[in-house]
Ligand binder design. Structure first.
Ligand code: NAD
Length: 450
């Protein structure tokens, strides 16, 4: 099938490459000229395992192409994906400017019927709004004879495993009451349903809500375990034992119950705020989800608070090593990353940050530029040279195995604050380190090690 995709971010680009890989002819459009120039040379603008090869293969095979011309995309694709950003507005609602702008652009170039497929995460009612905007624009341009169909097809990929999630989806939600649209989407996704049918058809509004409901559910699990972790610290329990104890119940499972330094990224915080806003404008207070959001706001400060507790005289002049800048492993995305809340609080107090991340160093430089209180180190071990303490923000695999004695010999104050509970407290204490995890009992460093 001929498919066009507006927006070559995490969602648009990976989806486009996955569709091209099963044989569809996909044309991607973006307003970012530099991005498109790079993509035409098979250079992806983001770090995702497997993405580079997927783009390269499909570009060479001629199934995937990139352009800055919306007209080309509208002519090319009978199905047109909208995968542009929906950033939060000041009141927390999803800003639909890009989605509606693209809709008008598509209509301007339309010379035949088209199916618009909304991949962006959008509030309930957006498909209806897109249809209204499209019909209005068609009427203004004297093209009422053309038909626009709108499908809500939310995306569930996870950054860090986006290619795998798009090429092997668990489920494909198709929101539309239109039989033609449903059968076109079924044909498009048939190659992804060879071992079992993954398509779940529903109406547009339910599809839109499904995406927010999924993220709300996952965010709730994270805030719950974080709240329990904070309680565990008060009562002297070990949240890691509790996590295993509850995760082994198949009704609960192990996913999304890792205690940590709060959820971040481009989706959970934004989508939660947008869902709360949807409740609010509909006169419905979502009390549980408001608390999930508030618990997370506090949890984002947990690493800094632990440092403050250790340094009651303040952090001015301290040098703090930070491992992990991305909001999670296998991505360079730092949107709402826990590392940012920590670093900004440290800078505010007059501390210096010595940071390392396997992928997100350029992104960090892009966000914060050159400043005296930010030293980006070439390796993880360089960060602890001349550092007083170490804080772990992201659970990259490369941080799992550590020579703790060496670490203790480098860190001036022998303090490790672990936002991901990567290490064994007894081993840390044996190495002479002050180790503070999330929801773990405090173990004093062994005197013999110091
Ligand atoms: P992104 O910011 O990485 O990419 C959006 C792209 O759209 C940018 O390249 C931008 O230049 C382009 N764009 C903006 N206006 C345009 C226009 N008029 N024409 C063509 N291109 C235009 O965003 P993303 O992370 O891919 O997210 C896109 C949507 O998908 C959002 O609604 C997001 O909430 C949702 N989503 C994201 C993820 C994720 O993990 N990132 C997962 C599921 C859903």
């Amino acid at each position: 099938m001929d498919v066009s995709v507006f927006g070559t971010g995490y969602v648009g680009l990976v989806q486009a490459a996955a569709l091209a890989d099963v044989g569809h002819r996909v044309l991607c459009v973006d307003i970012d000229e530099k991005k498109i120039q790079q993509l035409q040379k098979a250079v992806p603008p983001i770090q995702e395992p497997g993405l580079s090869a997927l783009i390269d293969d499909n570009l060479r095979e001629g199934r995937l192409s990139f352009s800055t011309q919306p007209g080309d995309a509208v002519t090319h694709g009978q199905l047109i994906f909208i995968a542009v950003g929906t950033p939060p507005d000041d009141d927390g609602s999803a800003d639909l400017r890009h989605v509606l702008g693209v809709t008008r652009e598509i209509v301007r170039h339309m010379e035949a019927d088209r199916i618009l497929v909304i991949k962006s995460t959008v509030p309930v009612g957006t498909a209806t709004r897109v249809l209204d905007v499209a019909r209005e624009a068609l009427a203004e341009l004297g093209k009422e004879h053309l038909k626009v169909r709108v499908v809500s097809n939310p995306e569930f990929l996870k950054e860090g495993s986006a290619v795998n999630d798009c090429t092997r989806p668990d489920r494909i939600i198709v929101g539309s009451d239109d039989e033609v649209a449903r059968s076109q989407l079924a044909e498009l996704y048939a190659p992804f349903c060879r071992n079992r049918d993954k398509l779940i058809f529903m109406d547009n509004r339910s599809a839109e809500l499904t995406k927010y409901a999924a993220n709300a559910m996952l965010a709730t699990r994270i805030s719950l375990i974080n709240e329990l972790a904070n309680l565990a610290e008060q009562v002297g329990a070990d949240i890691e034992s509790v996590r295993k104890g509850i995760g082994s119940d198949p009704r609960i499972g192990y996913h999304f119950i890792y205690p940590g330094c709060g959820f971040g990224g481009s989706c959970f915080p934004k989508d939660l705020r947008a869902l709360l806003h949807t409740g609010h404008v509909n006169g419905f207070q979502m009390r549980l989800l408001r608390t999930v959001h508030e618990v997370n706001e506090e949890q984002r400060q947990v690493l800094f608070r632990k440092l403050q507790k250790h340094y009651p005289d303040g952090l001015k002049g301290k040098s703090i090593a930070v491992w992990g800048l991305a909001f999670k492993p296998n991505t360079d995305d730092m949107r709402e990353a826990p590392s940012r809340y920590l670093m900004e609080a440290l800078w505010h107090e007059g501390a210096t940050v010595r940071a390392f991340d396997p992928e997100a160093m350029s992104e960090c430089r892009r966000l914060y530029g050159y400043r005296d209180d930010l030293v980006l180190c070439a390796t993880r071990d360089d960060t602890v040279q001349d550092a007083d303490a170490l804080v772990i923000c992201t659970e990259w695999k490369a941080f799992r195995v550590v020579d703790f004695e060496h670490l203790a010999s480098k860190l001036r104050d022998r303090l490790v604050i672990d936002g991901r509970n990567l290490y064994n407290p007894d081993q840390m204490a044996a190495a002479g380190l002050h180790y503070r995890g999330i929801g773990l009992p405090s173990v004093a460093p062994l005197a013999s090690a110091s």
